[in-house]
Write a protein of this length. Structure first.
Lengths: 216, 227, 216, 227
């Protein structure tokens, strides 16, 4: 239960690169707001991955710089982006129909907590005075064929964010299939959570630290 | 990723995996937007026990009518089966060799839209108090009566667009657009025949009607090859 | 109960012209298949009436002739038509959303029967061996703000098509607001059917012939 | 028939009949597609007891935030109220001076689409098992759980498009399209501010995004007049 185990072994960028490498050729992908947007920097566009943004676009490109910045062309985080060849624009109902209809292959979301059965909590801390903001998270959680989570394994107080049951309000039920963290990659399976990779720790270390009966 | 198929056997290759028992959404309103070459290829394919969704039930002796004539369509879901030239269907229906589900045209379109949009069911204003309400759940919402309608999903959609780019983005032409964009969203595998394929980037992103995500296979049928 | 009363006084074209004259300036209008399409010939396009066709178009023009004929541009009856300035195309779900969402001001439909409370029967004769074909009739019946019916007042066997209760299967319930016939124009009101105009007959003649307590 | 309003007071004239207690759908995702001049005109109009539907609850001190600051908005329906610069809303909310309905963004869009399309209610896949499911009717359809969602109608929609023709057909620009086309269908009266008005016939009918039937008033706000 050392401090070094709480501090991540992998950087955010290294996690993002790992996720990018796992995204299949030609996949249609939505990257949530915040950390998951880092995944875009590591995607090899030669592999034909197409990015969806909830505010009505397929074929979103990288962040815009200089003269490229156009206030009418932004991503879900309201950051100016560029358009790639073969892009298309559509309105919000069509954009969420695409998402909710199961047409996106992958989405990558941040999380406060993920439960061992894949429940996701990422929209609300549950604090009494918090103002809730849900955005498109619940739609993505139930809509994408595969929901990947990118997060630190431990919160600042040292508690595991991979939990037996989420204590934060849920975003979606049994929707997460894989969790990428600074300490390891976890597969949510019907039989339990399997450690696909561990970084700077043994599976036993991770079992002890998370308190979960992780499969190896 | 969208496959772009060209050549004389492109349509046949595009439908080669359509299996017995499949539900096939077929675009078109009359002949406008009807994917004739894909329907002919489906007929040659020989899959049986099909369910076909189309606005009509075939006209004359070609296209959908020719497919029906093979006896391999178990059921048709449509809004206007009988027309002056629907003799193939009429004969099959009257002799009990095809099952028919008549659906108001707006429900037909909206039920496929629901399938594509992940909607589990919806309360529709159409058909209340008519024979087509029989067996349906009815509910009064804000003083108006509605019937509960369920999605229509396809294993395949066969549609006709005008131009595709290499990624599979589609634009249509005039009223030949009709059911194409909706069916493309409602099927597991969507095959679009087009008269032209252009390089990726040649279509204005503002004007794409069916984004590439909905298109699995594009079949080039140049005008000279079309009947 | 003379033969001359069964035969209409007004021609189809005269009925169509009467309907056209009643359509308000700038209205969005759908004309059903068959006789109602005649109304288009009498619409003064200067008055800004815009025609909708269920197969995905606003701004439909007249029937196409000669080189104008384009198999990709047809009306609901699959007749080639032309496009007017300011036209737009959309897919079938959008077209019926427009209809069902109550955005069309007027539709004009043919009918087998209309009841005194405005029930419409126009899709099915009820015959055992008939193959039913409903098309967009039920959607139009409940969708347009005002449903006008154009029909002959009497069927070939001399019976009134304006009836106390429809005996044919219904298309829509209490949806018709006005009925234009070769013998008169009838308003469906909360208090009953009012004769707005009678042609070549008195209101009493029409009462006797239809068997209805028509208001004048 | 669409009115095309021009001149310095065009925005004010366009919102002059918005009444106390009205529900106003306001387009935009952040500032993209936000009809700033129409919102400012609505603020000047002074109507009270408003319900506003927008993806957000105002940013900084301008636009929607300035409208909220007047205290004339009774309730806001949105998906993302709190942001780093939503201090106006945050203060109103924490002091109990504004009612909030948080709606998942997909339900927000689909509920307005339902209003425009005549759908009485629909079973949505979003939110099942979450706190936002509380009080909602839940149903399992074909093995999946859904929540029943009802339409959101507006008395007015204030949206921003790019170009209108004289009939009121609209095209948008890039991701500024967002909620505009959906809100236009869901309101009794739709007001669109645009940067350009062209003659009827100048827009390609294939590329019109919002047909004129959904647009009641067009307000020309040339680029030099926009902030």
């Amino acid at each position: 239960m050392s401090r070094s185990l709480t501090r991540g072994v992998l950087t955010k960028d290294e996690i993002a690169k790992m996720i990018a490498d796992d995204i299949p050729q030609g996949a249609f992908v939505n990257l949530g707001i915040g950390q998951p947007t880092l995944v875009a920097d590591h995607l090899d566009l030669e592999r034909g991955v197409v990015l969806h943004t909830e505010n009505g676009m397929l074929g979103m490109g990288r962040a815009a710089v200089g003269d490229e910045i156009d206030p009418d062309l932004v991503n879900a985080g309201k950051i100016p982006v560029v358009e790639t060849p073969g892009a298309s624009y559509f309105h919000h109902a069509d954009s969420f129909a695409m998402m909710r209809g199961g047409h996106l292959d992958v989405c990558v979301l941040g999380a406060f907590q993920v439960s061992v059965r894949g429940d996701l909590a990422n929209w609300h801390t549950g604090a009494e005075d918090a103002i809730p903001a849900v955005g498109g998270a619940m739609d993505l959680a139930i809509g994408a064929r595969e929901v990947l989570v990118m997060m630190t394994l431990f919160s600042r107080d040292g508690s595991s964010k991979l939990v037996p049951e989420c204590t934060y309000p849920l975003t979606g039920v049994a929707c997460v299939s894989r969790v990428y963290t600074d300490h390891g990659v976890f597969e949510i399976t019907d039989r339990g959570v399997r450690v696909r990779e561990a970084f700077g720790a043994t599976v036993d270390d991770l079992r002890q630290r998370t308190g979960l009966a992780l499969l190896s | 990723m969208t496959d772009v198929l060209e050549g004389a056997d492109a349509a046949d290759r595009a439908v080669a995996d359509i299996h017995d028992g499949a539900t096939v959404l077929i675009g078109g309103f009359g002949t406008a937007g009807q994917p004739m070459e894909l329907i002919d290829a489906l007929r040659r394919r020989g899959a049986t026990d099909l369910t076909v969704v189309n606005n009509n039930a075939g006209n004359g002796d070609t296209g959908l009518a020719a497919l029906l004539a093979t006896g391999r369509v178990r059921k048709i879901i449509c809004s206007v089966p009988r027309q002056s030239d629907s003799w193939v269907f009429d004969d099959l229906y009257r002799s009990g060799r095809i099952e028919l589900e008549v659906v108001p045209q707006g429900n037909l379109a909206e039920r496929m839209r629901a399938a594509g949009a992940g909607i589990g069911a919806f309360f529709s204003p159409t058909g209340v108090g008519t024979p087509l309400a029989e067996g349906k759940e009815q509910r009064t919402i804000a003083g108006r009566d509605y019937l509960l309608e369920y999605p229509i999903r396809g294993d395949y959609a066969l549609i006709k667009a005008h131009t595709a780019d290499r990624m599979g983005n589609l634009v249509y032409r005039k009223t030949a657009r009709n059911f194409g964009p909706v069916m493309a969203t409602a099927a597991t595998t969507t095959v679009a025949q087009v008269v032209d394929v252009v390089r990726t980037g040649a279509l204005d992103p503002e004007n794409v009607v069916t984004p590439s995500i909905y298109v699995d296979r594009v079949v080039l049928v140049p005008p000279e090859a079309a009947r």
